[in-house]
Design a protein around this ligand. Structure first.
Ligand code: URA
Length: 433
């Protein structure tokens, strides 16, 4: 078998066999397929796509390129949730304790942020003492005790994705549905959960700019999971505007605590209850409607916040931040951005807001960059809010940047104020199952 022939087949739109995909993926990992060959094949996939059968076979070949976790030491249905990446997306920090408080089990491996999107691991590392590298046995023990644990993905999972993703990043081949699907699903399948809940983002801050593309990605991922006998649902959600009011690291943990304290009336709280309802119903706790009520009760009773504190404690962090968020890293400097005119906030472009937060030190330009965990943005308005000239749009925070002009400009670019009120859509656009 030759990598050359495999590239040629995909270039001509001829389907690859499972054997050919396994040969290619293992060659990418051991170096016998060169970077040039891998990049050429990725571009052929971008142009011609892959069939559902090829996408599933690629996913499984990638999953098997490294360790596959055995979570059988955790009792009950293990449900994992994955978001395709967004701005202000702290749903895992809220959803997992809610699911745990209702009796569900959520062992989670998460990633770090890059560019305009944040990462759950960076957010958690803003909690003093918190460790996201606790080893497999302690991970299992934490899930068995608290109902959930959140750790950084181990270096031995899906090495094929690390190589392919780095090449995609350099060759403009990220935005291909079969490649995104196999990248995400290989990692989810390697982490061993029984059920997978996907939050597929659509809009300005997401990979998928339109609802139609987000649905196509959701369908591809659900179908791939089904091929390999896993339960899977994809909830397509809006990422045209940031999720919630806070963007950064410590500031997002603070907002998560607020929601767990019962402030569930806003977009973020409602989305977390919806996602919790899906996660619980996939774990056999009832219908989605019944599970939503159970999830709400877990917040109202304080049980979900208690679970969050318990998990923080078990992972070595300062659980008192759930009572006193001022124990989180605090910024040295701040700056308020004000409305230049009166009007209704009709656009709040999330990618621009994410890039503004990044420029304050909250995000990474390059992999491996260090972060200012106190940096971020607090929005004072959401889509539909009526503002008068001079009203505060956002407060910018940083301990590493004193000149706020670049970030201020980005926030101003992100905002469109109009005379008429905009149409505001619900965050959940549709569910694919
Ligand atoms: N997230 C991933 O893990 N992989 C992709 O290809 C895109 C988003």
């Amino acid at each position: 078998m030759l990598a050359y022939d495999i590239i040629n087949k995909t270039k001509r739109g001829t389907a690859l066999t499972e054997e050919e995909l396994r040969f290619f993926v293992s060659g990418v990992v051991d170096g016998s397929v060169t970077d040039a060959q891998a990049a050429a094949w990725l571009m052929a996939v971008c142009m011609n796509g892959l069939s559902p059968q090829e996408t599933s076979a690629l996913t499984m070949a990638m999953r098997d390129s490294g360790d596959v976790l055995d979570l059988s030491a955790i009792a009950g249905v293990k449900v994992d949730k994955h978001s395709t990446g967004g701005v202000g997306d702290k749903t895992s920090l809220i959803l997992a304790p809610i699911v745990a408080a209702c009796g569900g089990r959520m062992p989670k491996m998460s990633g770090r942020g890059l560019g305009h999107t944040g990462g759950t691991i960076d957010k958690l590392e803003s909690i003093p003492g918190f460790s996201t590298d606790i080893g497999f046995d302690r991970f299992v023990e934490t899930v068995n005790k608290a109902g959930f644990a959140i750790v950084a993905q181990s270096g031995h999972l899906v090495p094929a994705d690390k190589k392919l993703y780095a090449l995609r990043d350099h060759t403009a081949t990220v935005d291909s549905i079969p490649l995104i699907c196999s990248s995400i699903m290989s990692k989810k399948l390697a982490t061993g959960a029984d059920a997978i809940l996907l939050d597929v983002k659509m809009g300005s801050g997401a990979f998928m700019k339109t609802e139609a593309d987000a649905v196509r990605l959701g369908e591809a991922m659900v179908e791939t999971a089904r091929h390999v006998g896993r339960q899977c649902r994809a909830v397509v959600t809006d990422m045209d505007a940031p999720l919630g009011f806070c963007i950064g690291n410590a500031i997002e943990v603070e907002e998560a605590v607020q929601v767990l304290r019962g402030e569930v009336g806003g977009t973020l709280g409602q989305l977390c209850l919806d996602l919790a309802a899906h996660a619980l119903s996939m774990s056999d706790f009832g219908t989605t409607e019944e599970c939503r009520k159970t999830a709400l009760s877990a917040v109202e009773s304080g049980a979900a916040l208690e679970r969050f504190a318990q998990m923080i404690d078990l992972q070595g962090g300062d659980a008192a931040i759930t009572e006193d968020p001022s124990r989180l890293p605090q910024p040295k400097y701040s700056h308020v951005v004000r409305a230049a005119r009166s009007g209704s906030l009709s656009t709040l472009h999330s990618e621009e807001i994410g890039l503004a937060a990044m420029s304050l030190g909250a995000g990474r330009v390059n992999k491996g960059d260090s972060l200012d965990l106190s940096a971020g943005i607090r929005l004072h308005c959401e889509r539909g809010t009526r503002l008068s000239e001079g009203d505060a749009i956002a407060t910018l925070y940083s301990s590493s940047v004193t000149d706020f002009s670049a970030a201020e400009q980005r926030v101003k670019n992100a905002v469109l104020l109009t005379d008429s009120a905009p149409q505001v859509h619900s965050t959940v656009r549709c569910v694919v199952e």
